[in-house]
Design a protein around this ligand. Sequence first.
Ligand SMILES: Cc1cc2nc3c(=O)[nH]c(=O)nc-3n(C[C@H](O)[C@H](O)[C@H](O)COP(=O)(O)OP(=O)(O)OC[C@H]3O[C@@H](n4cnc5c(N)ncnc54)[C@H](O)[C@@H]3O)c2cc1C
Length: 638
Amino acid sequence: MSKVGVIGGGPAGCLAACTAALWSNDVTLIERNGKIGRKLLITGKGRCNVTNACPDIKGFISNVPVNGRFLYSGLYKFMTYDTMTLFEELGVPLKVERGDRVFPVSDKSSDIVDALYGYLKRSGVRVIFDTRVTDIKHDNNRFQVVCEGDKTFFFDRLILATGGASYGATGSTGDGYAFARALGHTVVELSPSLVPIESDDSCCKEMQGLSLKNVGIRILANRTGRTVYSDFGEMLFTHFGVSGPTILSATSHIRSVSPGQYTLFIDLKPALTEEQLDFRILRDFSEQTNKDFKNSLGNLLPSKMIPVIVERSGIDPAKKVNQITKSERLALVCLLKNFRIELTRLRPLSEAIVTSGGIDTKEIDPKTMESKLVPGLYFAGEIIDVDAYTGGFNLQIAFTTGFVAGNSQKDSRGERMFNIAIDGPGGAGKSSISKAVSKELGFIYVDTGALYRAVGLYCLRNGIKTDDTEAVTAALENVAVDFTYIDGEQRVTLNGEDVSEDIRLPEASMAASNVSAIPAVREFLLELQRKIAREKDVLMDGRDIGTVILPDAQLKIFLTASPEVRAKRRYDELIAKGKEVNFDDVLRELKERDWQDSHRETAPLKQADDAVLVDTSDMTFDEVKETIIRLYEERKNG
Ligand SMILES: Cc1cc2nc3c(=O)[nH]c(=O)nc-3n(C[C@H](O)[C@H](O)[C@H](O)COP(=O)(O)OP(=O)(O)OC[C@H]3O[C@@H](n4cnc5c(N)ncnc54)[C@H](O)[C@@H]3O)c2cc1C
């Protein structure tokens, strides 16, 4: 059982957090935006090409030109079909399109984002929004995560999933690289990948907006004459140069472009050999012998391209096609098969679909995603120096590495903490007995009331009326309550701040009483209480601990006493405090409260079927304590 921190709420961070939570860890995800998945939302032009239906690992890796082999064991654990199954199970039906690209049937990336958020909530991950991490330190096997606004969090394990450094408005500004560097990691130089390419050739501007569907592209290194990349498919002319899937993919192979370094050749008719194309042009010309050359190419080329081709061919635009010579025609064939554009430079990193470079894969264990330099530190997603072609491969890399990093947090498998649940009516002595037993057994006594007081305090501080169910429910999004234990003493933090003293103020108690009647608050705190119980040997007392909060507790006790005995104890207490009270009034009030407690709508007082009834009517305090300790020892020893 560990306290796991995940930095970054992109696809990698979300899957890492949910998977780590499956192993009963206490997981907190910190995201600088007010929502998860800002970049995910704009993927696939808002449709989200969530993965590629590529069924085998080798095939997948052939689409990962940078450090693909690093993914072998990860893909073995979480492949493309695992991503598809996951989203279908999360309620997002998927479809497969051309090139095995997988999209949600709805064509809405927001469905993928919402599904991930639902998964986070269901997994019990604590998500902290609007919090930018500014520094990470590693000391005494703990990670100290410092955030803007002086919030600090401590974790046993940390997963860095801050993404790359492109499309900074989405939150991915490359912060994680600096953290990793400060922790001793090497960051391979960053460069844009899957990015458009600029050209000074005016033809691009002339043809801007024109998309060519089935063309061949080839990029030649001018100095060596070597083809560095060739592909077939779609490309696009823009006001600054060229873009589209084939061009973007080419940039996975060339980390930089400078003027005079590379030339792009476009084969506009890749399905035809030069002879076949010449034959085709001859046929076209013979069908329109009296047309001017400039008007004869309509069957062969898109209209935006015709003026450019006519100009480059060197043939007089007004020449009748029946007068075009064979050499002019062969030059035209050559032009159509090798349309040439000099490339100038890549568009900047900020416009890249993917950041090339990142944490050196040699410093990461590919089986776990754990740093080889800093134990307990893990990496997931685009921050790692791995990048792929378009087609859903990059998101799959985020999901695979996220899953592996999360799945590596399985410390506590098989070791169950011992939980004791003590319920019972008011006046049975639950809290004093619970504190004494916890102390004797070395258990953590969880003061569940403190959690409600922390939520109440948040509302007070933020001007939220504690009896306004809707407002309090909405505010829960921004509340993170936690316990820490210093020398066995329970401390309570609210959004990273220690509020152990403030929650004792009378107004916080009043607020707590109001918010505890709100079902959403009870549900919200339920998961936290369960998490603490998964993490540590705990003793909790209340009125629904054994029935609702910890139904799996190994020892459940229903601590009670006759109304008369409980009223007598209460009466003696009040008299000792100098209050003037009448025993019959105390007894009547107690009976009224018993009735209300067992009939209230939210969390009624009820003895769990498997709870041991301990009637303390004729027992001393020490006898009750010893009885509970004996019951614990019997259960513990089987
Ligand atoms: C326009 C565009 C379209 C794309 N389309 C596709 C596609 O269709 N298919 C595909 O496979 N890939 C696509 N990609 C690539 C894909 O989006 C990324 O590879 C993927 O999002 C990487 O996931 P990640 O979780 O590693 O990082 P990100 O998605 O970048 O998430 C990182 C998160 O960390 C948070 N963060 C960063 N720094 C901090 C900090 N200091 N403190 C707290 N939080 C922080 C960020 O706010 C962000 O939410 C596209 C990319 C772009 C830009």
